[in-house]
Design a protein around this ligand. Sequence first.
Ligand SMILES: *Cc1c(COP(=O)(O)O)cnc(C)c1O
Length: 235
Amino acid sequence: MDISKEYYTTLKNNLEKVFERVENAVLRSKRRLEEVKILGASKKQSPEKIQVLYDLGIRLFGENYVQEAEKKISALEGLSIEWHLIGRLQTNKVKKALKLFNVLETIDRIELAVEIEKRLKDSEKKIPVFIEVNIGEEETKAGVGPKDLFKFCEELSQFSHLEVRGLMCLPPYEENPEKVRPFFARMRSLFEKVKPLFGPNFKELSMGTSHDFEVALEEGATLIRLGTILFGQRV
Ligand SMILES: *Cc1c(COP(=O)(O)O)cnc(C)c1O
């Protein structure tokens, strides 16, 4: 049997359940469904599964590692996927990342902006980016600390080849997703605080994973990054 047919039923089911939960969360918070995008977090998932989710209507996919992404993006060439980088970006991978990805979600240091600026200086291109916030102030996680965010944004707004579209975070893991709510709420208030520094395209709040996307949506997420709940376990 065709491998993608085998996946089709499972992934369609997964997606239908997710849609229902997203709709309910959006309704509960009196928001509009059009404000919300689902990104398939596809690290360690096969191109076949990505293709199936694409056929089911998903257009945004996020990869964590530049090398892994390179293979998949070329395997899926021709599909109109908006590829997001959602893992840490090393400075020496900026050049490659600019070729592969449509959006870089993990800008967390000025050094990266300097490198992007250097790589794009002879072009008209502006790369859409999100700023990653270390909302739980965890030592093991990347991102700009909440207290440093305003100053960081002021500096970042000076770069002409970056279009800052929003904020992104991966909050501390909590068994009970309700415990993550304060972090999402704080992201929302940081978002409002720095918004005036950027243009009209600053409107994304990328937060929420399989485990806590409903809470994230209730607190204002515009983009949820779903891995296992859509694709099944990573291999
Ligand atoms: C893996 C990953 C996700 C998705 O996590 P799941 O728990 O599988 O939904 C979302 N965001 C980032 C940054 C990730 O690395």
